[in-house]
Write a protein that binds this ligand. Structure first.
Ligand SMILES: *[C@@H]1O[C@H](CO)[C@@H](O)[C@H](O)[C@H]1NC(C)=O
Ligand SMILES: *[C@@H]1O[C@H](CO)[C@@H](O)[C@H](O)[C@H]1NC(C)=O
Ligand SMILES: *[C@@H]1O[C@H](CO)[C@@H](O)[C@H](O)[C@H]1NC(C)=O
Ligand SMILES: *[C@@H]1O[C@H](CO)[C@@H](O)[C@H](O)[C@H]1NC(C)=O
Ligand SMILES: CC(=O)N[C@H]1CO[C@H](CO)[C@@H](O)[C@@H]1O
Length: 373
């Protein structure tokens, strides 16, 4: 009686080893867009629809299938417990044992996240607290199964670089119509973060750092910063030139900005050589959409156009996008895409230069003709 049992055990072991090796090969060479949490994440992707190289397949699976595969969730309810807007999630008897739960409580009086959210950490897939009065973040890092987080129309003022830590499964976040003024450097850089869609439109941001858009070894689908007051990009940590950045970027929306964009700080002293421009822009795999925003068209835009025109068009000219100058005077309302690259109007893309400029002179750099005047 012993022998057949031992034999079947051996067969089983071989079979498991075989299955594992298939899984490993598949994960390495083909399909790794989904964060795999304890093997429980089962979002699928149609590989007939998503084709191309590994990067393209990953991006397509992440972006095209986002939130499209979510089945019916059991809804849980919120009970407000006092007039300070504090609340708890309540569990009905019939929901006990549900695998997928969601919580929706919109147009309400929440001022804080419910205090017992972590009790549902292994089932909670979706939160919608749109149009409440939430001002401060709670530590959400326990919610490792959460797929989507909607907080549009609240009163949040910041996003820190620890806000999304531990949210391994989170793919989409809506923070539009809050009062966000600042986001930390490296908002998305932590190993545990795999966010694909973020809506930060209609907030009060004035600056934006490159470390939130160009992220080592990661990509995203779309981050929407439209309808803010962003006047320029910064590059405080200088990630762009120091490290080689792979497979980074995504589509960045900067539409309808109230102020004119200035590229100065972003492309200042550390990037003037042709190679610097080429490194920055050839590495970037996404697009910028700046429709209805205006740009200060100085020598940095001039250099960009001169040094890497193909990257410039690839990055800025997605679909019906525009690139309109708001200044200097002679370029006001001029569309960069509407003019051939050899047109003399690009001579107006200049910057004042102070170094080595003789006293009482005004020196300007004019990249198009590579000269100082
Ligand atoms: C839970 O959700 C996953 C995907 O999010 C789905 O594949 C699974 O069938 C759901 N389970 C139940 C019991 O609804
Ligand atoms: C959030 O909670 C986790 C686990 O309790 C802890 O490790 C982490 O430091 C907390 N994060 C913040 C920003 O307090
Ligand atoms: C998080 O943000 C703070 C403040 O902006 C910054 O000092 C810190 O370096 C950031 N952490 C990481 C890991 O980038
Ligand atoms: C530029 O366009 C805006 C509308 O977008 C208009 O109000 C403004 O007068 C125009 N300025 C010039 C100098 O053409
Ligand atoms: C093996 C493994 O990845 N285990 C993880 C399952 O999820 C919990 C919650 O995030 C982690 O703490 C484990 O490390």
């Amino acid at each position: 009686m012993l022998q057949p049992t031992a034999l079947s055990y051996l067969v089983l072991v071989i079979f498991i080893a075989f299955i594992n090796s298939i899984w490993i090969i598949k994960a390495e060479s083909n399909f790794d867009w989904k964060p795999d949490i304890n093997g429980t994440n089962d979002y699928s992707c149609n590989l007939d629809y998503c084709t191309g190289n590994q990067f393209e397949v990953n991006r397509c699976c992440a972006c095209a299938h986002i939130a499209s595969n979510v089945p019916e969730f059991s809804p849980l309810h919120i009970e407000i417990i006092n007039n300070k807007g504090e609340s708890v999630v309540i569990l009905n008897k019939k929901d006990t044992g549900a695998v997928n739960v969601s919580i929706t409580h919109s147009n309400g009086w929440l001022r804080h996240f419910p205090s017992n959210l972590c009790d549902f950490k292994s089932e909670l897939k979706s939160i919608d607290f749109s149009y409440n009065h939430i001002k401060v973040w709670a530590n959400l890092s326990c919610l490792y199964m959460l797929d989507s987080l909607k907080l549009t129309g609240n009163r949040l003022t910041t996003v820190s670089n620890s806000t999304f830590i531990g949210l391994y499964s989170l793919r989409s976040v809506d923070l539009s119509f809050n009062e966000i003024r600042t986001i930390d450097l490296h908002m998305l850089s932590d190993q545990s973060i795999h966010l694909f869609n973020i809506d930060l439109s209609n907030n009060l941001m004035k600056t934006l750092d490159a470390s939130n858009m160009i992220i080592q070894d990661k990509f995203f689908c779309k981050i929407d910063f439209s309808h803010n007051e962003i006047q320029g990009l910064t590059s405080k940590v200088g990630t762009l030139l120091e490290n080689e950045v792979h497979q980074n970027g995504g589509d960045i929306l900067l539409r309808n900005m109230r102020e004119e964009f200035v590229f100065k700080e972003w492309l200042s002293d550390f990037a003037d050589a042709i190679e610097d421009y080429q490194t920055i822009f050839s590495n970037f795999r996404g697009t910028y959409d700046i429709k209805n925003s205006k740009v200060h068209c100085d020598c940095r835009v001039g250099r960009f156009l001169k040094y890497c025109p193909n990257d410039f068009y690839r990055i800025y000219k997605s679909k019906d996008n525009e690139f309109i100058c708001g200044s200097p005077e002679k370029l006001v309302n001029i569309s960069v895409f509407g003019i051939p690259l050899y047109d003399d109007v690009f001579d107006e893309m200049i910057c004042e230069v102070w170094d080595h400029c003789p006293r009482k002179c005004k020196c300007v750099e004019q990249p198009r003709r590579e000269r100082l005047l």
